[in-house]
Design a binder for this molecule. Structure first.
Ligand SMILES: Nc1ncnc2c1ncn2[C@@H]1O[C@H](COP(=O)(O)OP(=O)(O)O)[C@@H](O)[C@H]1O
Ligand SMILES: O=P(O)(O)OC[C@H](O)CO
Length: 492
C-alpha cells in the first residue's frame, strides 16, 4: 500500500493520477465532459458526468500505473470550487444540474442583497463578496426554483455539496456527507474565523442548515470507498486552487502562486492572519491542517486559458492552444490590440458580473496574429491587476517570485509577457500538475507515507525562471492603456 490516487475534478475535465511513495506520477487518465449553457450567462454540468468521468479516470489511472486499488494507501480529492449541487439523501438523486462557478444567474439576487446592505456581514464572516461566483446564492436559487425543493430541504431530506462532497457521497455509497475547510470557505455560508457554518447568513439566504456537510481538516479520514475493487480510505480534500498552493509548497506567509487553467487564481499565503482586503481581493482558507487554519488573499480571474479556447472554438483562428505562440511572435508590433476578455463578467478586483468582453485598437490590418497576441497579453494584464491589489493590501512583504502552474504555463510567450508586464520574477516548476500533487500530498501525509510540510516544500523543483526584459517606461505605458480599456469595457 504505497501509492496515492489523486482525483482532480476540474471545470472542463476530470483527471486522476497515481503517485508512488516518492511522489512521482506513475499513471494518469483524463476525460472531458459536456458544458451546458442553457441560457446566456448560465453554465451547468450534469452531476452524473462529474461522477462517471471521475470514476473512469480513477480506473484508467490505476490501469496506466499497472496497479490495483489494493496497492493504494489513500485517495486525495481536489475539485473545481463553488460549483453547487443539491441531492436527495435517500436516493442520491440530484434535483438539478450542478450550477458551475462561472454561472451568473444570481447576479440580480446578489445586487439586491448588496442594495439591502448585507455585504459588510458577508465580508466580515466569509471573507468573500456578494458575487454570483460563490455557492450560497446558487443554492438559494435551487431552493427557490426547483419545485418542492424548499419543503424537502426543510424536512431534512436533501443534501447540499460542492463537487468534493458530491464525489465523497458517491465514493462512499451515500454514507458520508462531508467537505473540507477550503471548499467550505467558498460557499458564502461559512465563517472562516470561527470555523463553522454561519447561522445568520444561512437565515439571510434562506438555507436550512440541515443541508450542510460536516467540515473537516484537509488532511483527514473522510470515509472509505469500495468502488475501485478494494477498500480505500479517502484521506485528503482541498479546493483546486488551495491544492495548487499546497502543491507549489507555498507554506510560508508571503509565498504566492498563480494557476493558469480556464481561469487564473492567485493565492498569497498570509499565515495565521485572515487579512481583510481593502482592494477587493478575497480572504479565504489556504488550508486547515491539524485543526490550524492558514489563510490566503486570493485574486480570481474568470477568463485566462478560456480566452485561448475562444480563439480556437469561437473564432476558429487556431487549431490547438499551442498555435498561439507562433502567432503571437509574428504579430505586427505597430498594432497594440487589447482584448478585455470579460466573457462572464469581471472577477477581482472589479467584480462586475454584467460587464462583457471588448476589443480595442482594431484596424483593417488586424488579423489572427494580433488577436492571439492580445489574448495572451490579457492574461498578463489581469494578473498585474491582482498583484497591484495584493501589494496594496499586504505591502512589500510578499516574496519576489511568483510561482506559476496550470495548462497555460506551457506557453513561454505568455510567461515572458507576464514577467514583463508585472515586473515580477515568474518561476515555473518542473511539475505543472501541482493541483493533483497537492491533493496527493494531503492524502499521503495523512497515510504517513509522505514527508511533513517542510520536507515536501523542499522537494519543489524549478523548471525555468522568467525575468522582465521590457523597459519600465513601456510597461507603464502598456498597463495604463489596459486600465483605460477595462474602464471603457465597463462603461458600455
Ligand atoms: N501552449 C498553450 N498556450 C496557451 N494556452 C494553453 C496552452 N496549453 C494549454 N493552454 C490553455 O490552458 C487551459 C487548460 O489548462 P488546465 O490547467 O488543463 O485547465 P482546467 O483545469 O481549468 O481545465 C486551456 O484553457 C488551454 O486553452
Ligand atoms: O477547474 P479550474 O481549474 O478551472 O478551477 C476552477 C476554480 O476552482 C473556480 O474557483
Amino acid at each position: 500500500m504505497s501509492y496515492i490516487l489523486a482525483i482532480d475534478q476540474g471545470t472542463t475535465s476530470s483527471r486522476a493520477i497515481v503517485f508512488d511513495a516518492d511522489m512521482r506520477p506513475q499513471g494518469s487518465a483524463q476525460e472531458e465532459f459536456a458544458q451546458h449553457f442553457p441560457r446566456s450567462g448560465w453554465v451547468e454540468h450534469a452531476p452524473e458526468d462529474l461522477w462517471q468521468t471521475v470514476l473512469r479516470s480513477c480506473e484508467g489511472a490505476l490501469r496506466a500505473a499497472g496497479i490495483s486499488a489494493q496497492a493504494l494507501a489513500g485517495i486525495g480529492i481536489t475539485n473545481q470550487r463553488e460549483t453547487t449541487l443539491l441531492w436527495d439523501r435517500a436516493t442520491g438523486e440530484p434535483l438539478y444540474n450542478a450550477i458551475v462557478w462561472q454561472d451568473r444567474r444570481t447576479s440580480d439576487a446578489c445586487a439586491a442583497l448588496k442594495e439591502a446592505g448585507h455585504e459588510a456581514l458577508i465580508r466580515a464572516k466569509t471573507g468573500l463578496l456578494l458575487d454570483p461566483y460563490f455557492s450560497g446564492t446558487k443554492l438559494a436559487w435551487l431552493l427557490d426554483s426547483v419545485e418542492g425543493a424548499r419543503a424537502r430541504a426543510e424536512a431534512g431530506e436533501l443534501a447540499f455539496g460542492t463537487v468534493d462532497s458530491w464525489l465523497v457521497w458517491n465514493l462512499t455509497g451515500g454514507r458520508v456527507h462531508a467537505t473540507d475547510a477550503t471548499n467550505a470557505s467558498r460557499t458564502l455560508l461559512y465563517d472562516i474565523h470561527a470555523g463553522e457554518w454561519n447561522e445568520e447568513i444561512c437565515a439571510l439566504l434562506g438555507v436550512p442548515m440541515s443541508l450542510l456537510p460536516e467540515v473537516k481538516d484537509c488532511s483527514a479520514l473522510f470515509g472509505t470507498t469500495d468502488v475501485l475493487g478494494a477498500t480505500v480510505p479517502i484521506l485528503g480534500i482541498a479546493g483546486d486552487q488551495q491544492a495548487a498552493t499546497i502543491g507549489q509548497g507555498c507554506f510560508s506567509a508571503g509565498m504566492m502562486k498563480a494557476t493558469y487553467g480556464t481561469g487564473c487564481f492567485a493565492l498569497l499565503n498570509t499565515g495565521r492572519d485572515a487579512v481583510a482586503s481593502e482592494h477587493k481581493l478575497l480572504t479565504t482558507v489556504a488550508y486547515q491542517l491539524e485543526g490550524e487554519v492558514t489563510y490566503a488573499l486570493e485574486g480570481s480571474i474568470f477568463v485566462a486559458g478560456a480566452v485561448v479556447q475562444w480563439l480556437r472554438d469561437g473564432l476558429g483562428v487556431i487549431a490547438t492552444a499551442a498555435d498561439t505562440q507562433a502567432l503571437a511572435e509574428s504579430a505586427d508590433c505597430a498594432q497594440d490590440v487589447i482584448i478585455v476578455p470579460a466573457f462572464t463578467g469581471l472577477g477581482a478586483p472589479y467584480w462586475n458580473p454584467d460587464c462583457r468582453g471588448a476589443a480595442f485598437g482594431l484596424t483593417r490590418a488586424t488579423g489572427p496574429a494580433e488577436m492571439a497576441r492580445a489574448a495572451l497579453e490579457s492574461v498578463g494584464y489581469q494578473t498585474r491587476d491582482l498583484l497591484e491589489a495584493m501589494q496594496a493590501d499586504w505591502g512589500d512583504n510578499a516574496e519576489a517570485a511568483l510561482r506559476v502552474d496550470g495548462g497555460m504555463c506551457a506557453s513561454d510567450w505568455t510567461m515572458q509577457f507576464l514577467t514583463d508586464i508585472t515586473g515580477a520574477q515568474v518561476d515555473r516548476p518542473s511539475i505543472l500538475e501541482t493541483t493533483a500533487l497537492g491533493a496527493a500530498w494531503l492524502a499521503g501525509h495523512a497515510a504517513g507515507l509522505y514527508p511533513d510540510r517542510a520536507g515536501f516544500a523542499r522537494m519543489w523543483q524549478l523548471d525555468r525562471s522568467f525575468m522582465p526584459q521590457m523597459s519600465a517606461a513601456q510597461r507603464a505605458q502598456k498597463y495604463e492603456r489596459w486600465q483605460r480599456a477595462v474602464a471603457a469595457a465597463q462603461a458600455v
